[in-house]
Design a protein around this ligand. Structure first.
Ligand SMILES: NC(=O)c1ccc[n+]([C@@H]2O[C@H](COP(=O)([O-])OP(=O)(O)OC[C@H]3O[C@@H](n4cnc5c(N)ncnc54)[C@H](O)[C@@H]3O)[C@@H](O)[C@H]2O)c1
Ligand SMILES: O=c1ccn([C@@H]2O[C@H](COP(=O)(O)OP(=O)(O)O[C@H]3O[C@H](CO)[C@@H](O)[C@H](O)[C@H]3O)[C@@H](O)[C@H]2O)c(=O)[nH]1
Length: 463
């Protein structure tokens, strides 16, 4: 099928590349010319395991193209994905201006022939109908420009088929760091809409994924496809993220109680996670949830509830537990080192989770800011950020090129991100290079006994 994906960030580029990989003819559109240039040369503007490989093979087979020309994209695609950002406004509300610009642009460029316009971006509930309206506005604006003053009626200028489209909500559940894997191995596909024709085309698009042709385990039963109305599909996305974020806040709260009573949250998580009603995933206690999705999506749902006169108390509590949790490492540093002024703290990891280069709303940012405020010097080593340099606009932190340089002269280390390579560093050597061999394990990632043997004073979260 002919697909156009508008917005080539973590979601759009992965979606476009994966759809091309399974045989569709894809054009990816972005208004950032630099990105388009980079992608045309076969390079991915983001770090995501496996992405460059499938991008490059799709370029070679001619299944994927990149462009900044929206008109060309709209002309090409029978299915048009909107995958631009919906960042948070200071009020917590979702900023939908990029979605609006794209929807208007689609309307202005529709050229006849039925199209399915798919909201892949995470958008406020009700956005499906709103996008339809904006697309129609775009068509109307174009029509106005085509009608000569006092001339023929507009519907004679643009053929009626131009306005033949349906809007579908197809929320995305991929995780950064495993986005390609998640796209080929989804737990479910949600399709919201009120046009059976559009839903059927979307089912056709996803058939190879539904049939697990590209899955790690091809013997699994087909991926469940849930067809809903537009609003329910939009709500599913927010509810899923709010639930997962609340689950993490719950275990973090349990961890804080464990700290006080002398229990070990990693054992507690195992013990409750074995109950199939609870499940073992997303029970990793630590320095809180961050990233480009959980904080903004939970805030947006709270805001929506507020708009309807409902106070989402549980979600607000999940946020407030998280705000405190994101500074738990600071609390622990103060307990051990007492005064932080003049001390040097080394951060192992900066990104909000491993296997990504994304620093959006990363807990490390709060930590750096607060350590600086208290007069501590902050250094960091991150396998990706240390390679890509300071392009993230980080300030108040010296980024080192390896873990041993990081340890050199530090009063304490904080493990912020559980990068796999941090499990096999030469900790004994690192401890010797430090002024005080203190290690705050913000992700309960390392084995406490091994760390003590390496010469560290080890402090976990709730263990
Ligand atoms: N990042 C994730 O893991 C994830 C997962 C699920 C859902 N989502 C949702 O998907 C959406 C996209 O998220 P993301 O992280 O990929 O965003 P991103 O910021 O990484 O990428 C957005 C891209 O859209 C481009 N863009 C903006 N305006 C444009 C326009 N008018 N025309 C063409 N391109 C334009 C930007 O240049 C950028 O490349 C958001 O709504 C987000 O909430 C994200
Ligand atoms: O047990 C856990 C699991 C995660 N986290 C933290 O939670 C945040 C989010 O992690 P994760 O969900 O793995 O990454 P994201 O890429 O943000 O993915 C989430 O957000 C995406 C954007 O909406 C959704 O598509 C995904 O389904 C959803 O998992 C990170 O800071 C993690 O460190 C924990 O602290 N403990």
């Amino acid at each position: 099928m002919r697909v156009c994906v508008i917005g080539t960030g973590y979601v759009g580029l992965v979606t476009g590349a994966c759809l091309a990989h399974i045989g569709h003819d894809v054009i990816c559109i972005d208004n950032n010319e630099e990105k388009v240039k980079l992608m045309k040369s076969g390079q991915s503007p983001i770090f995501e395991p496996g992405l460059s490989e499938i991008m490059q093979s799709a370029i070679q087979t001619g299944k994927i193209q990149f462009s900044s020309d929206l008109a060309a994209g709209v002309a090409h695609g029978e299915i048009l994905f909107i995958a631009v950002g919906t960042p948070p406004l200071p009020t917590g509300e979702s900023d939908t201006r990029y979605v609006e610009a794209v929807a208007r642009g689609i309307g202005a460029n529709l050229n006849g022939g039925y199209k399915v316009i798919v909201n892949k971006s995470t958008v406020p509930i009700g956005s499906g109908d709103w996008v339809r309206m904006i697309v129609l506005d775009g068509i109307a604006e174009r029509q106005k420009t085509l009608v000569p003053a006092g001339g023929i009626p507009s519907d004679e200028v643009l053929p009626e088929s131009v306005a033949q489209f349906d809007v579908v909500s197809n929320p995305e559940f991929l995780r950064e760091g495993s986005a390609v894997y998640d796209t080929f191995n989804p737990d479910r596909i949600v399709l919201g809409g009120n046009s059976q024709k559009a839903i059927t085309l979307m089912q056709e698009l996803y058939t190879p994924i539904v049939e697990r042709k590209y899955a790690a385990d091809q013997s699994l039963p087909p991926v469940p496809v849930l067809a809903t109305d537009l609003s329910s599909a939009e709500m599913i996305k927010y509810a899923a993220n709010a639930f997962l974020a609340t689950k993490i806040s719950f275990i973090n709260e349990v961890a804080n109680i464990c700290d006080r009573v002398g229990a070990d949250v990693t054992q507690v998580a195992k013990g409750i996670g074995l109950d199939s009603r609870i499940g073992k995933k997303f029970l990793q206690a630590g320095i809180g949830w961050g990233g480009s999705c959980f904080p903004k999506d939970v805030a947006a749902l709270i805001h929506t509830a507020d708009d309807y006169g409902y106070e989402a108390q549980l979600m607000k509590a999940a946020v407030s537990v998280n705000e405190r949790q994101r500074l738990i490492a600071l609390e622990k540093l103060q307990q051990v080192l007492k005064i932080l002024k003049g001390k040097t703290v080394g951060l192992l990891g900066l990104t909000f989770k491993p296997d990504t280069d994304d620093m959006r709303d990363a807990p490390a940012l709060n930590l750096i800011e607060q350590l600086n405020r208290l007069g501590a010097k902050v250094k960091a080593y991150d396998p990706i950020v240390s390679q890509t340099g300071m392009r993230h606009g980080l300030s108040g932190v010296l980024v080192e090129t390896d873990a041993e340089r990081l340890a050199d002269g530090c009063d304490a280390l904080v493990l912020v991100t559980e990068w796999e390579q941090f499990s096999s560093l030469d900790y004994a050597k690192m401890a010797k290079l430090m002024l005080h061999p203190v290690l705050i394990d913000g992700r309960n990632f390392l084995d406490p006994e091994t760390m003590v043997r390496a010469g560290f004073q080890y402090v976990g979260v709730g263990r």
